[in-house]
Design a protein around this ligand. Sequence first.
Ligand SMILES: Nc1ncnc2c1ncn2[C@@H]1O[C@H](COP(=O)(O)OP(=O)(O)O)[C@@H](O)[C@H]1O
Length: 288
Amino acid sequence: MSAMSRAIRAFGGGGASRRNLSVAASKEAPALAAAAGLVAGRKAGRRDPGEDGSRVQWVFLGCPGVGKGTYAGRLSRLLGVPHIATGDLVRDALASQDPLSKQLAEIVNHGKLVSDEIIINLLSKRLEEGEEKGELGFILDGFPRTIRQAEILEGVMDIDLVINLKLREEALLAKCIGRRKCSQCGGNFNVASIDIEGENGAPRMYMPPLLPPPQCESKLITRADDTEEVVKERLRVYHDLCEPVEDFYRARGKLLEFNLPGGIPESWPKLLQALNIEDPDNKRSAAA
Ligand SMILES: Nc1ncnc2c1ncn2[C@@H]1O[C@H](COP(=O)(O)OP(=O)(O)O)[C@@H](O)[C@H]1O
């Protein structure tokens, strides 16, 4: 059993206070603590990426379709830390021969959340594998998604920043339905063209499609849970269960709200600015 699962047991077992959980976690979760590159229970201040980005322990929150995967992936490459998306861990489990996969498909393809226990087991396993490879730091995407997950994470790790991505509601559904992935190279694309009129002082929002190159065109696949009906359910679940997680981190002073102004070319430099990270593209053009 993984360290994080033991922490869950302590948490769910009744009577275990958060303090006990932290103590239990620091004793029982050396793997988890080492994977995070810190001593569990030590409350460090926010780690700015600076020269050594490898130690950031960040979380991305945001509705389905907002672009968590895109921006978390870009930052992970820039800072050299692993991007750990629990949705990907779930999809890997779904594709496996695991007896759990049928049960998981039933939940995921209806837009519901899988149980906290299952998700923490998957995440814990991934962190332990990372630790074995010497990974330091992480950017979590899609976790935590419930208050209970947030409390468990807070008890065993020091999250230093939570980035809450926001996009106008009208764009989210179209962005999910337009998502495509190349089954061969794994590239992510989007066929949706979003053009929302500016209203009540808000500027017009234009997000052009991100089309695949010709060699990927015939190999595109769509996620089974990216149908209109399922996306609407995922958005409902987000508002009910995941939005309170934003309040959880806001109350702890860890939440950075970021309103996406449009597509990647507009949003990426602004996000880097909000995070106090030097834009590598500007650096290159300044050096040229
Ligand atoms: N932290 C989590 N807790 C529970 N279920 C999760 C979690 N992360 C992912 N899942 C499951 O995997 C599905 C896909 O997740 P993800 O790719 O993050 O989707 P989204 O585009 O909705 O943010 C979710 O709808 C849910 O069923």
